[in-house]
Design a protein around this ligand. Structure first.
Ligand code: NPG
Length: 369
């Protein structure tokens, strides 16, 4: 393909409920949807999963736009390329995985649409439906009763796995309360780097709750602390923010800092690198699962297909659209009452935005190339 035009639609979507993590609380999702048009007139869509502030990672929306416009897209301009070429073409540019992932996704979408192929079949999906997990934020009122109420709502909808966000001061007791209310539900916790090596013995207190895993308890750079924690506790240690490529994922596993991997395409520079991590882990018998970045339907479609790979043996953050948005910008992803979701089979990697909804939530449109 050859690029004719790339446009970013900056959209603001109110969340159905505030989403609070150890790094902040979000009421509205500000996200960039990428529309790439080829010289053949094929249109591909991608989603840039960065946030307005660099709080989950160093990446943020304004920086992603600059990276795409001034450093990544000029490398594709005027040349014939395939989606598989994109990582190599971008490789001289360091960092900015969410920006590069968004452009790679739009290119893959255009390529698959032109070929009439679904992303699930392209990437090697082995299932037609996937079990859904949900990520439950820390209640803004700090109340365990509110948390139980939120979890109860998700379980009644059918969710098959619950992930609790934790932070110092909101960790052992809320986890205990959820575990006693639902002794059998697959349960895990996510700290988004909120703890330090001083908390290793304290975090071992989570072992009594039979958790699937503890996700990213410490700073993304503190690999030794994660190894010490993994040696100390029975609950498997899963890494998210620390995992940025297949090479570093393998190092973290070899080092003993990581026993399960959360794969998020945006965090590792796109679905092609994400697939490499999946394949490496699958070959080594390391469980992986598909993380979420509060994607709109555009990006959610890709995650649903990714989560149906054979190595994704744990339920992902693959909730229905209504977990975050009403309405979604696309036709919504709807979970069945059995907690399962159909893997999309339509051509492409994204689901197309509905023009009227897109217009109503767009705050700015910018031509990037
Ligand atoms: O289900 O999409 C989802 C959200 C899952 O908890 C989730 N994502 O820390 O993993 C995370 C968190 C996140 C969301 C991080 C948005 C950064 C931005």
């Amino acid at each position: 393909m050859k690029i004719d035009k790339v446009v970013i639609h900056h959209v603001e979507m109110p969340l159905v409920r505030p989403f609070r993590t150890s790094f902040g609380v979000e009421y509205v999702r500000h996200v960039g949807l990428i529309e790439l048009t080829t010289t053949d007139g094929v249109v591909g869509w991608g989603e840039c999963v960065s946030s307005p502030e660099p709080t989950y990672s160093h990446e943020f929306n304004d920086a992603a736009v600059l990276a795409m416009r001034d450093h990544l897209l000029p490398r594709l301009a005027g040349r014939e390329f395939t989606a598989e070429d994109v990582p190599d073409v971008f490789s001289p540019v360091r960092g900015h995985p969410m920006a590069r992932g968004a452009l790679e996704m739009a290119a893959l979408d255009a390529q698959l649409r032109a070929a009439g192929q679904s992303f699930a079949s392209y990437i090697g999906s082995t299932r037609t439906e996937i079990p859904c997990g949900v990520s439950v934020g820390i209640p803004v009122d700090d109340s365990i009763d509110t948390l139980l109420d939120h979890v109860n709502g998700y379980i009644e909808q059918g969710y098959r796995r619950i992930k609790l966000k934790i932070q110092p001061g909101f960790d052992i007791e809320p986890t205990r309360a959820v575990r006693s209310a639902w002794p059998e539900i697959p349960l895990q916790v996510d700290a988004n780097q909120a703890y330090s090596r001083d908390h290793i013995d304290y975090l071992a207190g989570l072992d009594e709750f039979d958790l699937l895993l503890i996700e990213q308890p410490m700073h993304e750079d503190d690999l030794v602390a994660h190894k010490w924690l993994a040696d100390r506790i029975e609950t498997p240690v899963c890494l998210d923010e620390s995992v940025i490529s297949v090479n570093n994922a393998e190092s973290l596993i070899d080092f003993g800092a990581c026993e399960i991997v959360n794969i998020k395409a945006g965090r590792v520079g796109g679905y092609l690198e994400a697939k490499k991590i999946h394949d490496m882990a699958f070959e080594r018998g390391i469980p992986v699962w598909c993380g979420g970045m509060e994607e709109t339907g555009v990006g959610r479609a890709a995650n649903m297909a990714f989560a149906s790979l054979p190595g994704c043996t744990l339920p992902g953050d693959t909730s229905g659209s209504d977990r975050f948005y009403a309405p979604d910008v696309t036709e919504p992803f709807v979970m069945g009452a059995d907690g399962m979701m159909q893997v999309p089979t339509e051509p492409g990697i994204s689901r197309l935005p509905i023009p009227e909804i897109l217009t109503s939530i767009t705050v700015a449109t910018e031509v990037l190339a």
